[in-house]
Design a protein around this ligand. Structure first.
Ligand code: HEM
Length: 645
């Protein structure tokens, strides 16, 4: 091991700094592959990790830690899967987001388009355990199944929960095989506790990559760019379905909700596994798109339907990306360090005022990723990754019942309308959900979502109704065989060769756990893990580990999941030419870019379309926290000078 260390590390090793036990023995082989500078940077990060303090450092140091960590992940956690074709195109001719995501990467027209491979953040799992070890239904029943609903407190509401599904359906979905697999719990001792003793589902399609590492991969049926495909579709056919072809606008009903076809399936960019909260967000952003078209037509009367559509799509997609970056994520990871980090991603260290005044003049750290002169993919063509999909398995955000509020009654001082009824979530899914939403109406639904806390990402909180779920085909039609989602999710990660928890951590340069108490200080969790996995940390499933991990204060997700976000959230912006080279007046129009610059939060979008709503019903600061909770208290200490959160 020592022999393959770079020269600098030999010196450090000689001085005793890098030698075991300073670097965790299971990470030394990773350091051996690093350049001199990166080994040093790893040393810094690892030192902080050993103390377990990065989130408690003063904001500016915490941001520096994250910057170094992100750099290391960009160097060692981006693996391309499949080939590239090197076919270029005329970037001026394609100065818009194409229907299928082609023509974005500067030197290869297919990168990031529909049907390309998922990339990886680390090599496929080397686990010795098989697909059914331990049995996925036993894992689901003993560790995931909801005992009673655990909510997220005031931090995150049902809009926040629906928002992330809205994003997932913009970026990722795996192509399935035509061959089915059946999982049966019949001969397991837990079968009496399972809603489905046996169920069938389609395998993930395995496709030869044409390259040796890895030989097999899976395909993304959605465009991975942040291009709003959730409302615009993932190809020409999908785009045609949603457009009116008049003044650039998208189809929408009189009541402000999505239109439906003769089967009751919504007309929108993505209709698979939809529920009322999700299709409400689609409708809200169709309204946003159409309002942008109106604005553009007033200022640029010569623009025809196609031009209006293209500009409005760019602007709407950028508004969505911005809200996700500086509003949603800031609520998900509610600490000053992350507030600073996310604002740096969009505006840079010098902040909004400086950027509004001088433009993007000073590089990614000082002026942000958005507006960079050239996209950056760190030598690895853009895609979403298998690991990203796995860390976003957050179905425990969904509750058992949806709490409907009466917005006709006059509100109390805390702006909280009274409860009308609790609707089982099952009734809000698919076509039935669409019918319920039409009855409820857009405003009542939005206000009710605002006032309900969503579920916590933790063990024993997986929605019961999802363990017997009628999933959808890609066209939104119901499937014949219901599935146990909790079981299926455990199976999916294993089937796709995603590393189990401890290997996942090592590959992310994180210190692996060596006993259950390293993961959590909850005795019940420790006992349950021991019962299922014995004392074998290597066996622990990723999904279980992410849900069991003790959370950083203010974080609604685990630290392990967060480090994948750190990498991919930046990548979605910096690798996309429409957030970099082409984030300009020429491509977006001056008024279009102005629209993006002036929209900061989801509240701004809601206020635009429902001018009275937040004044009447919202007390908190962000539309993603529970609406009658207190606003974030003012803090007069400048953000970068603050101590730990
Ligand atoms: C009522 C709401 C929802 C329903 C009915 C639903 C249903 C489904 C179904 C049926 C799948 C496919 C599972 C498979 O074949 O492997 C899936 C995948 C997934 N869902 Fe959801 N989901 C909902 C909300 C959410 C939310 C709130 C999240 C939060 C992050 C989420 C994240 C994911 C992810 C990451 C996948 C994996 C996608 C892939 O394999 O490429 N879903 N969901």
């Amino acid at each position: 091991m020592q022999e393959s260390l770079p020269f600098f590390l030999h010196i450090m090793a000689f001085s005793g700094l890098f030698s075991s036990p300073f670097i965790h023995p299971q990470l030394q082989h990773l350091v051996a592959k690093m350049t001199l500078l990166d080994s040093f940077l790893f040393y810094v990060v690892h030192f902080v990790d050993k103390l377990g303090i990065w989130h408690r450092l003063p904001v500016i140091l915490g941001v520096a830690y994250l910057g170094i960590r992100r750099h290391l992940h960009q160097r060692y956690n981006l693996l391309h899967v499949g080939g590239t074709n090197g076919r270029t195109y005329d970037a001026d001719e394609f100065a818009y987001r194409t229907a299928d995501g082609t023509c974005n990467h500067p030197s290869d027209d297919t990168v990031g388009s529909q049907g390309t491979f998922f990339g990886r953040n680390m090599p496929p799992s080397t686990s010795q355990y098989g697909l059914l070890e331990p049995h996925p239904t036993v894992v689901a029943t003993k560790l995931l199944a909801r005992k009673e609903f655990i909510d997220n407190g005031d931090q995150f509401n049902m809009i926040a929960c629906s928002w992330i599904q809205f994003m997932i359906h913009d970026w990722i979905d795996h192509l399935e095989d035509t061959e089915q697999v059946e999982i049966s719990a019949l001969d397991q001792e837990i079968s009496s506790e399972c809603p489905l003793n046996s169920f069938k589902f389609f395998k993930t399609k395995k496709v030869p990559t044409g390259s040796p590492h890895p030989k097999i991969g899976s395909l993304n049926t959605r465009t991975p760019w942040w291009d709003g495909s959730v409302i615009y579709g993932n190809n020409n056919e999908g785009m045609k379905r949603v457009r009116t072809f008049k003044d650039g606008k998208l189809k929408i009903s009189e009541d402000g909700l999505l239109q439906h076809d003769e089967k009751g399936i919504p007309i929108s960019g993505d209709v698979r596994n939809c529920w009322a909260g999700f299709s409400l967000l689609q409708a809200l952003f169709v309204k946003e798109h159409n309002a942008i078209c109106d604005m553009l037509k007033v200022h640029y009367p010569d623009l025809v339907d196609e031009q209006l559509y293209r500009h409005a799509r760019l602007v709407t997609s950028a508004v969505i990306a911005k809200i996700h970056t500086i509003d949603w994520t800031v609520e998900l990871l509610k600490t000053d360090t992350l507030l600073a980090g996310m604002r740096i991603n969009w505006y840079g260290l010098l902040g909004k005022k400086f950027k509004d005044l001088f433009g993007h003049i000073l590089g990614p750290i000082l002026s942000g990723l958005v507006g960079l002169k050239k996209p950056r993919d760190h030598g690895v063509p853009y895609s979403m990754t298998e690991e990203f999909v796995s860390v976003y398995r957050m179905h425990s955000l969904l509750p058992e019942n949806f709490v409907l509020r009466d917005i006709t009654s006059s509100t109390s001082e805390d702006k909280c309308p009274p409860v009308l009824e609790e609707v089982p979530m099952r009734k809000l899914v698919g076509s039935e959900g669409e019918r319920s939403l039409s009855r409820i109406g857009m405003e009542q639904m939005l206000v009710s979502m605002g006032h309900q806390a969503c579920g916590a990402v933790t063990l024993w909180n997986y929605p019961s109704w999802m363990r017997n779920l009628v999933a959808h085909d890609i066209n939104g039609e119901d499937r014949l065989d219901p599935v146990d989602m909790a079981t299926m999710e455990i199976y999916r990660d294993r089937e796709r060769g995603v590393a189990r928890y401890n290997e996942f951590r090592r590959n992310l340069l994180l210190i692996p756990i060596s006993k259950w108490e390293d993961l959590t200080d909850d005795d019940d969790v420790v006992d349950a893990l021991r019962e299922l996995y014995g004392d074998d940390m290597e066996k622990l499933d990723l999904l279980v580990g992410l849900h069991a991990e003790k959370k950083i204060r203010g974080f609604a997700i685990s630290e392990t999941a967060f480090f994948i976000f750190l990498l991919i959230a930046s990548r979605r912006l910096e690798a996309d030419r429409f957030f970099t080279t082409n984030f300009n007046c020429k491509t977006y129009t001056e008024k279009g870019l102005d629209w993006v610059n002036k929209t900061e939060t989801l509240k701004d979008v809601i206020d635009r379309h429902f001018p009275e709503m937040t004044r009447k019903f919202m007390r908190c600061s962000s539309a993603f926290s529970v609406w009658d909770s207190m606003p974030t208290p003012a803090n007069y200490i400048p953000l970068y000078l603050r101590s730990a959160s």
